[in-house]
Design a protein around this ligand. Structure first.
Ligand code: FES
Length: 580
């Protein structure tokens, strides 16, 4: 059913702070005037919060203050009142133990920031991996009209004439050094070429994936995902989004209108078509939980299963986001999904119209970057959800990043109890391992590390690498960087730290991986498994206090999105009491 805009004019929530002549109103308005705002700005026009994840320590978002100025210009032009609000910025490349541990803290802080303050709409200014889901989750839980503006990817990196992808080549070069194929000096020289301009990772890593998820969910203007950070059209996108959010507030077009089941189905299929990050699984499951959509791991498997990956970008393919933009970007992919009957065409977007209307006339300008239907990168680009006695609640694998010959594999487990154990032993020449083995890493799930770090694509043993082997089956309860690749089973649930079967795997056990049949099996008897599980005891002590305690006590499993249990759902945006 088409969206029906609310009548305008009407009183907005910001008027509870700024409207009228009471003492409290004078208090709120008066303080704002110390910044030089004229009185007529408080006349009931939409107050738009530009929620800015800029930080010098989130380098991927380092340019967002500049972009915020363009958003402001658009808001002014449309008759709104822009206010820039710095918000929690979870940086992928600096936060320890892992930015993922803080996604929920950021979402919680930003949700309260939105609800507690006089804003009628929000521009979510995001970029680096966790900034997109955390702000979307906050917007979903407040249901305040919101629009995503991504910072955009970096320009292509080049090293000695070869394209260098963010993250992807970090893993590649690091393995090459271990294999003796690259010198450490060359690796250091390559460092600067990996990050050539401002912006987020230039591969189809998690940042680009989440920007694509936002666009396919309908939460960003069409074309937002791929425009490079330094391209002038990125600034145009920011300005247009500023204009658009003002009208969204007037129309009362809210996240709950846009984030429907149809929108999530579109996003899951888009993820398959772009060869997107496995991280999108946990982020979309968590976001769905915020808006009460019953999305499950099985939806990921079912909806993505037959979606061909047509975006030829690293880590699965050859090119980078800059070329994806020149080829036409995500709108081309959405058009192709629509033509294949794989898009809910009527799904609403921030434009106020149907997603199909945005994309139905776009052109693919480069069929080597966005591949034609008859020569996809892979015919099954979705996320494979595996189950079995090793993952009763599921585990995920990205077929487009895996090696075909390992998709059905039986091998001897080589077990690492945690990441420190892995680091201590992986390079040991006496480690009993060869390329037929299955590397198993435990205690890296949401509770285990804590925070579910991106270590699932653990590097291969140097003695295997030196044979020229580049992939082995790896299994863990961890995540994997969206820029990474390999036959890597991730998010194994329940996780080891919660007593899942992964915790009782022993070196020497045989493990069977059968991706076509979605099976992950530990080849021991049910009785033996029961005996081992009965003997299990938690090895992690609960942190004594602080956010780490809160996280440990309340984080849910990866199979449901690893949100904090008390943050699930939408709490709306009541204006609350004024205590002044
Ligand atoms: Fe920030 Fe990749 S590390 S976008």
């Amino acid at each position: 059913m088409a969206f029906k805009p609310a009548p305008w004019p009407r009183a907005l929530r910001s008027q509870h702070w700024y409207g009228g002549t009471s003492r409290d109103t004078i208090y709120h308005r008066g303080w704002m005037k110390n910044q030089g705002y004229p009185h007529d700005l408080f006349d009931g026009r939409p107050v738009i919060g530009i929620l800015n994840t800029w930080s010098d320590l989130t380098p991927c978002n380092g340019h967002l203050r500049e972009l915020a100025e363009k958003v402001k210009a658009g808001i002014w032009e449309a008759g709104g009142f822009p206010v820039e609000v710095p918000v929690f910025s979870a940086s992928e490349n600096t936060f320890r133990p892992t930015a993922m541990m803080f996604r929920n803290l950021a979402a919680m802080a930003i949700e309260e920031t939105m609800r507690a303050q006089p804003i009628d709409g929000a521009v979510l200014l995001v970029g680096c991996d966790k900034t997109t889901p955390s702000l979307l989750m906050a917007a979903a839980s407040t249901d305040i009209p919101s629009i995503v503006v991504s910072g955009g990817p970096m320009l292509n990196g080049y090293f000695r004439g070869e394209r260098v992808g963010s993250g992807t080549h970090l893993w590649k070069f690091s393995e090459a050094v271990k294999a003796g194929e690259m010198t450490q000096a060359d690796f250091l020289e390559a460092e600067a070429s990996m990050s050539r301009s401002t912006g987020s990772c230039n591969t189809m890593g998690t940042a680009s994936t989440m920007a694509s998820m936002a666009e396919s969910l309908g939460m960003a203007l069409s074309g937002n995902a791929a425009i490079p950070a330094v391209d002038s059209r990125r600034r145009v996108m920011a300005q247009l989004s500023g204009r658009r959010i003002v009208q969204m507030v007037k129309d009362d077009l809210k996240p709950s209108d846009i984030l429907t089941r149809a929108a999530f189905e579109n996003a899951i299929r888009t993820n398959g078509a772009i060869g997107g990050s496995t991280n999108a699984v946990v982020h979309l499951l968590a976001l769905a939980g915020r808006v009460g959509i019953d999305l499950t791991l099985d939806d990921w498997d079912r909806l993505g299963r037959d979606v061909p990956t047509i975006v030829n970008l690293m880590p699965s393919g050859k090119y980078l986001m800059e070329e994806f933009f020149y080829a036409g970007g995500l709108p081309v992919v959405l058009r192709r999904l629509g033509e294949a009957g794989l898009l809910n065409r009527e799904a609403l977007t921030v434009s106020g119209g149907a997603i199909w209307d945005e994309v139905k006339d776009v052109t693919n300008w480069n069929e080597d970057v966005i591949l034609p239907a008859d020569r996809p990168l892979t015919g099954h680009g979705g996320i494979a959800v595996l189950r079995g006695n090793l993952a009763p609640k599921g585990a995920v694998l990205k077929p487009s990043a895996a090696s075909e010959h390992l998709l059905v594999h039986r091998g001897r487990a080589v077990v690492f109890e945690d990441i420190d154990d892995y680091k201590a032993r992986i390079a040991d020449p006496d480690l009993d391992v060869d390329e037929t083995c299955v590397l198993v890493l435990k205690n890296c799930g949401p509770r285990g590390y804590p925070g579910m770090p991106e270590v699932g694509n653990m590097g291969l043993p140097p003695k295997v690498l030196k044979k020229g082997i580049t992939d082995m089956v790896r299994i863990s309860d961890a995540r994997m960087s969206g820029t990474a690749y390999g036959t890597v089973v991730l998010h194994t649930s329940p996780e080891a730290a919660a007593g899942g079967p992964l915790t009782v795997v022993q070196s020497g056990d045989m493990i069977e991986l059968d991706v076509p049949n979605r099976r992950l099996h530990l080849d021991i008897s049910d009785a033996e498994l029961a005996v081992r599980l009965a003997a299990w005891a938690p090895r992690h002590e609960q942190p004594e206090g602080g956010y780490a305690w809160l996280h440990q006590a309340h984080v849910m499993g990866a199979d449901t999105g690893a949100d904090l249990d008390f943050l699930v759902g939408c709490r709306g945006n009541p204006v609350g009491k004024d205590a002044h």
